[in-house]
Design a protein around this ligand. Structure first.
Ligand SMILES: Cc1cc2nc3c(=O)[nH]c(=O)nc-3n(C[C@H](O)[C@H](O)[C@H](O)COP(=O)(O)O)c2cc1C
Length: 158
């Protein structure tokens, strides 16, 4: 990848800001034109080829400035992600990212989820009352779950 990269961050006490600066610096060392900026000061993504968004987490939520940034620029961020990721398959990306220590997984279709090797190896596929699905991966040493009944239908559904 080449070009101009924005590292937008929201930081209350400075920790995330330092991380964002370090990420931008590492990218510059790789030859990218990267700059870290406070998310709240970015009004326009024009001119950037890619963006990284980072936020501290406070009481289980990302900072308001980070959430606002993603909301405001959702369409552009989505288009950028699609442009960067579309040339290769989700399986390729998952392999590539985990090889460099980035936790990532593909978003599976229902058919993909049912065919997932881990799902098959762990015997998670069930079909109570003929309806295919996945059981909980949690197993109890002294009790086997009753798995022969499908989940109840929502009221009013056939
Ligand atoms: C009031 C407060 C609440 C926090 N709540 C969470 C949290 O719910 N989950 C979490 O993983 N970290 C939490 N943290 C840790 C921060 O996400 C972490 O310290 C982060 O590096 C702060 O970034 P900053 O220095 O850029 O503000 C909390 C920190 C503070 C001060």
């Amino acid at each position: 990848m080449s070009g101009r990269v924005l590292v937008a961050y929201a930081s209350k006490y400075g920790g995330t800001a330092e991380i964002a600066q370090a990420i931008a610096e590492a990218m510059r060392a790789e030859g990218l034109d990267a700059e870290a900026r406070e998310a709240a000061t970015v009004t326009d993504l024009t001119g950037y080829d890619a963006a990284v968004v980072g936020s501290g987490v406070y009481m289980g939520r990302c900072a308001a400035e980070a959430r606002k940034f993603v909301k405001q620029h959702r369409a552009e961020l989505r288009a950028t992600l699609e442009r960067l990721l579309a040339p290769r398959s989700a399986v390729d990306w998952a392999g590539e990212l985990s090889a460099v220590g980035v936790p990532a997984g593909p978003i599976n279709s229902v058919a993909d989820a049912l065919a997932e090797p881990q799902v098959i190896a762990r015997g998670l596929r069930i079909a109570p009352e003929g309806i295919p699905g996945l059981r909980t991966p949690i197993r109890f040493s002294r009790s086997e779950l009753v798995l022969d009944r499908a989940a109840p239908m929502l009221p009013g559904k056939p």
